[in-house]
Design a protein around this ligand. Structure first.
Ligand SMILES: Cc1cc2nc3c(=O)[nH]c(=O)nc-3n(C[C@H](O)[C@H](O)[C@H](O)COP(=O)(O)O)c2cc1C
Length: 226
């Protein structure tokens, strides 16, 4: 089982977000998962230009590390998005990367994979960011296993830090179990199929402009010819 952790913290694994990631990763590895951490600050990822060439041809016009990172996403069974709260959202590094997976939302390429999120913030204001990241998984067609948030004040206190790291480890164990068992989440099914149908309708409606995505749907999801 292959897991990918995408870390939007500019501090890599040395910051607060890294404290949760390290704990999540060790627990997942103990359960037998192979885990790769992608620290976005180690890669060059430019902002999306909104040209939609990826939708037309399947290839982004920007020459940077995003396509390589996307390949790791595609190969993983489970994806973890981790970020500090920056101005009530994810860090710019993570947001820029998420914009670059736009075409994978249209194609529902990651449908059926599993997602979890790890968030830190200065104070107890991580819930909105957790919700945002879980909504991204919903949009991608991934099963949402769970998320945790921690305040930097907690992570700087040794007892509180080990409690929060314990929560990260528990989430990792649940995550690996869900993937191993091919778990499904009945309460997520309706919303997930609504997103799937919406993407299908959009890609069908824009089949000339989004030629690559239309071909992808025909090949992989059995979209009907008009
Ligand atoms: C540019 C910037 C914006 C931030 N915005 C918020 C915020 O809106 N709310 C909050 O609670 N913390 C905010 N923080 C604090 C970070 O979320 C917090 O310190 C986090 O744990 C840092 O994680 P890291 O060490 O992994 O980078 C901000 C920090 C920075 C540098």
């Amino acid at each position: 089982m292959q897991l990918v952790i995408v870390n939007g913290s500019p501090h890599g694994l040395d910051g607060n977000t890294g404290k949760l990631i390290r704990s999540f990763r060790s627990a997942a590895e103990e359960q037998g998962a192979a885990v790769e951490t992608l620290n976005l600050s180690d890669y060059t990822v430019h902002p999306c230009r909104g040209c939609e060439v990826c939708s037309k041809t399947g290839t982004c016009v920007i020459d940077d590390d995003a396509p390589k990172l996307q390949q790791k996403f595609l190969a993983a069974d489970g994806i973890v998005l981790a970020s500090p709260n920056y101005m009530m959202n994810v860090s710019g590094q993570l947001k820029v990367f998420l914009d670059r997976i736009f075409s994978h939302v249209h194609c529902q390429t990651l449908y059926g994979k599993y997602g979890a999120a790890l968030v830190t913030a200065a104070g107890p204001v991580f819930e909105g960011v957790e919700e945002y990241l879980m909504s991204i998984f919903g949009f991608l067609g991934c099963w949402k296993v769970g998320s945790i948030g921690a305040a930097s004040l907690q992570l700087e206190d040794p007892d509180e830090c080990s409690r929060m790291q314990g929560e990260a480890a528990d989430l990792a164990r649940r995550f690996v179990e869900a993937i191993k068992n091919g778990e499904t989440f009945p309460d997520q099914e309706e919303k997930r199929s609504q997103v799937f149908e919406m993407m299908k309708m959009m890609v069908q409606a824009k089949q000339d402009a989004w030629a690559y995505e239309y071909r992808y749907w025909k090949t992989n999801w059995g979209i009907e010819e008009e």
